[in-house]
Design a protein around this ligand. Structure first.
Ligand SMILES: C[S@@+](CC[C@H](N)C(=O)[O-])C[C@H]1O[C@@H](n2cnc3c(N)ncnc32)[C@H](O)[C@@H]1O
Length: 409
């Protein structure tokens, strides 16, 4: 479903919520959840199982909506963690096109979230307050990014920051059993996050946040992100890290050379000036940096600048990748060179390093920069899946999912 814009709304600011909570229920520890996860692993889905079973097998799963859904990284993680995603919202038509190509079982709204009434979602999805299990979302994070602060003030003024508060309107109306927000670590220092947490608490949610590294949750990439989880009158723990790390080699080591692989987003060509190509060819294989080169082999601009040592660096086969950003197609934006070949990573490689499966569909006829924007902004599905499983198991152990009575908790 595509939705046109309606009138613009101010955030509801947690109004109309139940009175302040007296306590959060905490009688769970992570070992309970780990045991429960083992028991539950049979029905925690894999991409293959999802494809084989079709969508009907998901009917009994707890439900979620994805606000700021982008190309669907969060949605995929929620599905892999055992949720049935029933609604998604994003303003960007290309992201929605990609989302729908991969998640045609979800009702989507192409809309500015500020113009979308929660009642529209409720009536379309037939949701009474308290029916939904999870509201999850990743508001645009550029406003909070500490990279942005390198050039200027510490407290970044950015209207996108206010989009976090839009989530409150949906929480107020839908009264989900749990809420999950993901963002860059800088969000924790932003005033809007303090306001958000205060209003969530007032609305009866027990929230907690931590900065976690996706590399510790089965993602072949170093990516530190703030994750906020809250349960309605119940605490929800964070997922435990997994023991084995995946490496760049695990993720992209067996891909064919780009050019004629048959995968359009692996085959997009790149053009470099002869000067830059000479530099790239000299960077040592498997983790080398421009700083490994004698000064006379470096670009003039690098001779004058001591910072940004990762630019024109190669990834190392046996390590995790650096954070995949929207600039990941451009070696001048970070350590985005292939470990051996004289090129930046392809968009398929970027998606795999974000933890997307190789079957994930992206539009063929679009630019590398648009693809990199969607892929770099996405949440790594395995990272989200780990947290989604813990949320699902916590709600299940409490007997509130899918049809439990949260009013009486
Ligand atoms: C960090 S990305 C979300 C990534 C996504 N959760 C994923 O895992 O792929 C933020 C998204 O917010 C969307 N967005 C920005 N402003 C918006 C608005 N006013 N209303 C709805 N979506 C918006 C952007 O188009 C972008 O896709």
């Amino acid at each position: 479903m595509k939705n046109g814009a309606s009138q613009r709304l101010a955030p509801a600011a947690g109004s109309g919520s139940p009175s302040e909570i007296s306590h959060c229920s905490t009688n769970l520890n992570t070992s309970d959840l780990v045991t429960e996860l083992r028991v539950d692993d049979s029905d925690v889905t894999t991409i293959e199982a999802m494809k084989d079973s079709g969508h009907s097998a998901c009917e009994n799963r707890p439900t979620a909506i994805d606000l700021f859904s982008g190309c669907g990284g969060l949605t995929l993680g929620l599905k892999l963690g055992g949720f049935r995603v029933i609604g998604a919202v994003d303003i960007d038509p290309l992201s929605i096109e990609t989302y729908e190509a991969n998640h045609d079982d979800v009702t989507v709204w192409t809309a500015d979230i500020r113009d979308l009434e929660p009642s529209e979602i409720q009536s379309t999805l037939d949701l009474e307050p308290g029916d939904l299990d999870l509201v999850a979302g990743c508001p645009p994070c550029q406003g909070f990014s500490t990279m942005r602060t390198l050039n200027g003030s510490l407290q970044v003024e950015d209207p996108r920051n206010d989009l976090l508060l839009e989530v409150l309107r949906f929480v107020d109306a839908l009264r989900p059993k749990a809420v999950m927000i993901e963002n860059v670590p800088g969000l924790a220092d932003d005033e809007s996050f303090q306001v958000f947490c205060g209003r969530m608490k007032k609305a009866g949610y027990c929230g907690d946040q931590d900065v976690l590294n996706a590399a510790e949750y089965g993602v072949p990439q170093r990516r530190k992100r703030l994750i906020y989880v809250a349960g309605l009158r119940t605490e929800i723990p964070f997922a435990e890290p997994v023991e084995d790390k995946l490496t760049v080699k695990d993720a992209i080591g067996d891909l064919p050379k780009p050019g004629q692989s048959g995968d359009p987003i692996h085959d997009l060509s790149e053009r470099r000036t002869p000067q830059v190509m000479r530099l790239i060819q000299r960077i040592p294989q498997d983790g080398g940096s421009r700083t490994d080169l004698p000064i006379e082999d470096q670009l003039e601009c690098h001779k004058r600048c001591d910072g940004f040592k990762d630019v024109y660096g190669r990834m190392a086969w046996s390590e995790v990748a650096p954070t995949i950003t929207s600039g990941c197609f451009n070696p001048s934006k970070g350590r985005f060179l292939h470990p051996e070949e004289h090129r930046a990573i392809t968009m398929r490689e970027a998606a795999l390093l974000q933890g997307f499966p190789d079957s994930y569909k992206f539009p063929k006829a679009t630019s590398k920069s648009s693809l990199a924007m969607m892929i770099g902004n996405a949440l790594p599905p395995p990272f989200i899946a780990a947290h989604a499983k813990v949320i699902r198991n916590t709600l299940q152990l409490k007997g509130v999912t899918p049809s439990g009575d949260w009013e009486n908790m």
